[in-house]
Design a protein around this ligand. Structure first.
Ligand SMILES: [Zn+2]
Length: 221
């Protein structure tokens, strides 16, 4: 089955085999963290946001270019099971296409995840969340950014992410975060392990929350 995956503005072509896949059974370690981010509303779905499209997704590398990722338009669901995850076998950046398997199509943001994995073979987990709080404070948080004129779901975005992750990795750092200024509220974090990637994102979120609290308590003169 060849499907164009479109959530909001993002699209790519998935040559997808729609049946249960063995790799999807190992969704547990991802789901554990997804539930944390879902409860924080960093992954989810809201009728008043992003045209009602589900947002945020989570993946881990299986081997080489192959990775397991939450399915397209699963944001509204508090819990996912094996049938809520898809295995991306291969990514073809130049064609904006993937080959994949599972009972659901892979997240429309799969190309972004793939770009991170390609940049550094030591990275095993990628998280993409939407956080107005982190987005609003990216400068004070001193987080890496991708320029606002680079649109989400474009090849230019995938390439910019690959280059930035590679640059940060060259410092001997296999974890990090990027705010995508061309993707409203969009933030990604990655790490050598699920724990490291998730803790990076949680740390960023906590620091952004603290900044907001401080703003609240600064009285206008
Ligand atoms: Zn997004």
């Amino acid at each position: 089955m060849i499907k164009n995956v479109v959530d909001g503005v993002i699209k790519f072509r998935a040559d997808h085999k729609l049946f249960p896949c063995a790799e999807c059974q190992s969704y547990g370690s991802l789901e554990r963290w997804r539930q944390v981010f879902w409860r924080l509303k960093l992954i989810g779905q809201n009728d008043n946001l992003y045209g009602g499209a589900g947002y945020g997704n989570i993946s881990h590398r299986i081997q080489g270019a192959r990775f397991l990722i939450s399915g397209s338009q699963t944001g509204a669901q508090p819990n996912l099971y094996a049938d809520g995850y898809a295995c991306v076998d291969d990514v073809f950046f130049a064609e904006n296409a993937v080959t994949s398997r599972g009972e659901v199509l892979p997240s429309s943001e799969s190309m972004t995840h793939a770009a991170v994995y390609v940049a550094n073979p030591a990275i095993s987990m990628v998280l993409h969340v939407h956080s107005p709080l982190i987005w609003a404070h990216y400068s004070a948080l001193e987080v890496s950014t991708i320029a606002a004129d680079i649109g989400y779901g474009t090849l230019a975005m995938a390439e910019a992410i690959r280059v930035e992750v590679k640059r940060l990795s060259a410092r001997g750092q296999n974890h990090g975060e990027i705010v995508m200024l061309g993707h409203e509220d969009g933030v990604i974090a990655w790490g050598e392990t699920a724990e490291l990637a998730s803790m990076r994102m949680l740390d960023l979120y906590t620091r952004a929350t603290r900044l907001k609290m401080q703003e609240k308590f600064v009285k206008p003169r």
